[in-house]
Design a protein around this ligand. Structure first.
Ligand SMILES: C[S@@+](CC[C@H](N)C(=O)[O-])C[C@H]1O[C@@H](n2cnc3c(N)ncnc32)[C@H](O)[C@@H]1O
Length: 233
């Protein structure tokens, strides 16, 4: 089973603001691969549902799912504040064992989540719940040299990102995001995180999702896979 991020209550606002700030670009990246849209979408590892809110008008139904109870709670908080999420539910679930029927979704997308999971299990689940002809857009981080992340580098990155956050929002939001990124909970998370190299990433995804197309974009690998035929039946 994957490991959920534990959220320190005092830092939750910073996390929500961080996810909100990143969400429009993430939604745009995902939307680019869905020219026909679709009726139903699943967001695997939805966090506070910031991306789901951006994409909610593109689908009749966007279901968010996350392993962390705190993420489901933050999603509820966002739903109460943001009408776009009305009617789009969030479900507590492990990406490795999704509680949905085979072929339940036209689109499955995920951002920054699957490196927390055993890929053989989570990618099999992505394939299973996707309808024939459906599209998966899976975005995650990778590193030139695979392995654990560097905490000092993360701290430098967080501090140098502050002015950019302030330009895109306001100083209060930027400080709150930076305090979250430098807080003990997030630093513990960074210490545990492990990213694949781009090569490992494409090999593992290709094994589970044959024919997937890959490209890199600013330290992330994007995998786009169209389900054709009865892949896992
Ligand atoms: C970096 S956050 C990304 C949140 C969201 N996708 C976004 O872009 O704003 C990663 C999320 O993955 C969730 N997660 C970790 N392991 C998981 C698993 N096995 N199944 C489902 N979600 C998981 C965490 O709880 C966290 O909310």
């Amino acid at each position: 089973m994957g490991r959920a991020i534990s959220y320190f209550p005092a830092r939750r606002r910073g996390l929500m603001r961080w996810e909100s700030l990143k969400a429009p670009a993430t939604a745009e990246l995902i939307r680019r691969h869905l020219p026909g849209g679709g009726a139903t979408a699943l967001d695997v590892g939805c966090g506070s549902s910031a991306v789901a809110a951006e994409l909610a008008d593109d689908f009749a139904l966007v279901v968010g799912t996350d392993l962390a109870a705190a993420a489901i709670e933050l999603s509820g908080r966002r739903r109460r504040a943001d009408g776009r999420l009305d009617g789009h539910p969030t479900v507590l679930a492990d990406a490795e064992r999704l509680p949905f029927a085979d072929a339940a979704f036209d689109v499955v997308y995920s951002y920054g989540t699957l490196h927390h999971t055993r890929l053989a299990a989570s990618l099999t689940e992505v394939s299973r719940v996707l309808a024939d002809g459906g599209v998966a857009v899976l975005v995650d981080f990778c590193r030139e040299s695979p392995g654990r992340r560097s905490v000092p580098r993360h701290i430098v990155d967080a501090l140098t990102a502050l002015p950019g956050y302030a330009r895109r929002s306001d100083l209060r939001t930027a400080v709150s995001i930076t305090l979250h990124r430098l807080g003990p909970t997030w630093l513990r998370h960074v210490r545990r995180d492990r990213f694949l190299s781009e090569r490992e990433f494409t090999e593992q995804y290709e094994r589970a999702l044959p024919g997937a197309v890959f490209y890199t974009s600013r330290g992330r690998v994007v995998a786009v896979w169209k389900k054709v035929g009865n892949v896992h039946r």
